[in-house]
Design a protein around this ligand. Structure first.
Ligand code: BTN
Length: 321
C-alpha cells in the first residue's frame, strides 16, 4: 500500500476522531480531496475496523470518539532506548523481528492497526484501528533460550501490577501468557525468539490489550475490554507509557533474579491457583489441580501421581466436576 495514501487516511481519521460530524464539503476543502477520494478512503477505513457513517445533510462521523496514540507524548514519557509509532503496520512483532540484529533491549514498537496481527499457535490477532493497544518490545537474553520461557509470565505480572496501579481490579494472569478478568480474556502475550542454542536469545514480546473494542464476530472466545473493568482508567497514551516503562523495569529485574523472584507474585495473581483444571497438550488432556508455577516458569499440576510440571499446553477450568 503506498505510504502517501495512508498519510491521507490517517489525517482523515484525526479529523473524525473527535466523534463529531464533518461535512463532505468541509473535508474536501480542508484535505484538498475530491468527493470520490474521500469516499474511497472511508471504504478503506471501514476495512480497518472503523465505524464511519455518512448522514445526509450532516456529513461523516465515527460512532464514538477515538483516543489516538500521540508520538510526541510517547517520546517524552517513554523510558526506553528507542521506539516507533507506526499507525498502520502488518505486525508490531514482525517489525521488530525484521530489525532484530540492530536492536537494543527495551526498543519498542506501537501501532493503531495491524493488517496481520498474530497470536499464539498461528492464530490471527484481530487488531481493529484505534480501539486497543498493540505493542512489541525487544529484549536480548544473554542467559539463553531457557529464560525465554519465563518472559511472558513476568510480562503478565508486570502488566497486572501496572493496571492495578491505574485503578483496575481483579485482573489475573493465565498461564503462560494471557491476562484474564472474570474468566474472560483481556490481553494476550506472544513471545517470538531468534537465536542458536548456547548463544544469546533475541526475544520480541508482543502484547495485544483489549481497551475499547466494539462487539465483533472476529474473536471466537470470551473477551473483555479494559474500560469495562474500571471506571478510572487513563487515556491510551498514559496506559501505553505505564505498561511499557513497567515492563522494562520488570525485565531488568528478571535478568538479575530470574523466575525465582516472581513465583510468589505469579501465585498471587494466578487465575487458576488451587482450582480444578484441564491442560490440553496436543491430543492429550491432563486433569488436575493447578498449583501455580515452579522457578522455571513451568505449570505445576497435582494429579493422581503427584505434582508434575509442564512447559506447554492450554489450560482451562474444568466444568466436569
Ligand atoms: C495470543 O494471546 O495469542 C497472543 C496475542 C499477541 C498479540 C500481539 S498484538 C501486538 C503484537 N503483534 C502481533 O502481531 N502480535 C502481538
Amino acid at each position: 500500500m503506498p505510504e502517501l495514501e495512508n498519510i491521507a487516511r490517517l489525517a482523515l481519521i484525526r479529523k473524525l476522531s473527535d466523534g463529531n460530524y464533518h461535512s463532505g464539503r468541509q473535508l474536501r476543502q480542508e484535505m484538498g480531496m475530491t468527493r470520490a477520494a474521500i469516499l474511497n478512503h472511508v471504504k478503506i477505513l471501514r476495512t480497518w475496523g472503523l465505524d464511519v457513517f455518512l448522514v445526509q445533510g450532516k456529513g461523516y462521523c465515527l460512532s464514538s470518539p477515538l483516543d489516538l496514540l500521540d508520538e510526541v507524548r510517547l517520546k517524552v514519557q517513554l523510558n526506553v532506548p528507542d521506539f516507533s509509532l507506526i499507525p498502520v503496520i502488518d505486525s508490531t512483532n514482525q517489525f521488530l523481528l525484521d530489525r532484530i540484529d540492530q536492536l537494543v533491549s527495551g526498543t519498542s514498537c506501537l501501532a493503531e492497526y495491524q493488517e496481520s496481527g498474530r497470536g499464539r499457535r498461528g492464530r490471527v490477532w484481530f487488531s481493529p484501528f484505534g480501539t486497543n493497544l498493540y505493542l512489541s518490545i525487544y529484549w536480548r537474553l544473554n542467559t539463553g533460550m531457557a529464560a525465554a520461557v519465563g518472559l511472558s509470565l513476568v510480562v503478565g505480572i508486570s502488566m497486572v501490577e501496572t493496571l492495578e496501579k491505574l485503578g483496575a481490579k481483579d485482573i489475573k494472569v493465565k498461564w503462560p501468557n494471557d491476562l484474564y478478568w472474570q474468566e474472560r480474556k483481556l490481553a494476550g502475550i506472544l513471545v517470538e525468539t531468534r537465536g542458536q542454542v548456547g548463544d544469546v536469545t533475541h526475544c520480541v514480546i508482543g502484547i495485544g490489550l483489549n481497551v475499547a473494542m466494539t462487539e465483533t464476530s472476529e474473536v471466537n472466545q470470551d473477551w473483555i475490554n479494559l474500560i469495562k473493568t474500571s471506571s478510572t482508567l487513563p487515556d491510551k497514551n498514559t496506559l501505553a507509557v505505564a505498561l511499557i516503562n513497567g515492563i522494562n523495569e520488570t525485565l531488568h529485574e528478571y535478568e538479575s533474579t530470574g523466575m525465582k523472584g516472581f513465583v510468589d507474585l505469579w501465585d498471587k495473581y494466578d487465575n487458576f491457583y488451587g482450582k480444578p483444571v484441564k491442560l490440553l497438550l496436543g491430543e492429550r488432556k491432563i486433569k488436575g489441580i493447578s498449583c501455580g508455577i515452579n522457578d522455571k516458569g513451568e505449570l505445576l499440576l497435582e494429579t493422581e501421581v503427584g505434582i508434575t510440571s509442564y512447559i506447554d499446553g492450554e489450560i482451562s477450568l474444568r466444568s466436569d466436576l
